[in-house]
Design a protein around this ligand. Structure first.
Ligand code: ZN
Ligand code: ZN
Length: 149
């Protein structure tokens, strides 16, 4: 948990993100194969949330199992976040591991990632009031981005 509780946007720059994922794979002992590299390159080309099938459609030369397994691995480790769609199909976006939240444009699908969390005070208060041992939370904000409003 971020004790300063300050939220600030984190930009996903394709080259920086890709290099960071490669380093994470290396330290996890995962082989960086050509197909996996293609999956990374395809993920950062998406500007809005994508489904596993949409990702696979961008990679006809890569096996479906590789695409799905790589996406799942990236999601489990926090390099890809799952975005809840209002009344639609959930999608994925490139993100960063750690405690992140997402701001989503309901018109164009643009996603802003936020690092740091201001929910902690609410969690403490609710835990006190309800005697729940609260283990986590989901928070996603939505609205219209600067261009769409
Ligand atoms: Zn927008
Ligand atoms: Zn949070």
């Amino acid at each position: 948990m971020n004790e300063s509780a300050q939220s600030q946007p984190v930009a996903v720059r394709p080259d920086v993100w890709t290099a960071a994922v490669r380093r994470a794979w290396q330290s996890a002992g995962l082989r960086i194969t050509e197909p996996r590299e293609r999956v990374l390159a395809a993920i950062v080309r998406f500007r809005t949330p994508f489904s596993a099938e949409q990702l696979y459609a961008e990679l006809p030369e890569t096996g479906r199992a590789t695409v799905y397994r790589t996406l799942e691995q990236l999601h489990t480790t926090g390099w890809v976040a799952r975005i809840h769609a209002q009344g639609g199909e959930d999608g994925y976006v490139a993100s960063y591991p750690g405690h992140m939240h997402h701001l989503v444009c309901t018109n164009c699908g643009a996603v802003v990632i936020f690092e740091g969390c201001v929910v902690d005070a609410l969690v403490d208060e609710l835990a006190r009031q309800t005697s729940f041992a609260i283990e986590g939370h989901l928070l996603q904000l939505y609205g219209r981005c600067e261009r769409c409003r």
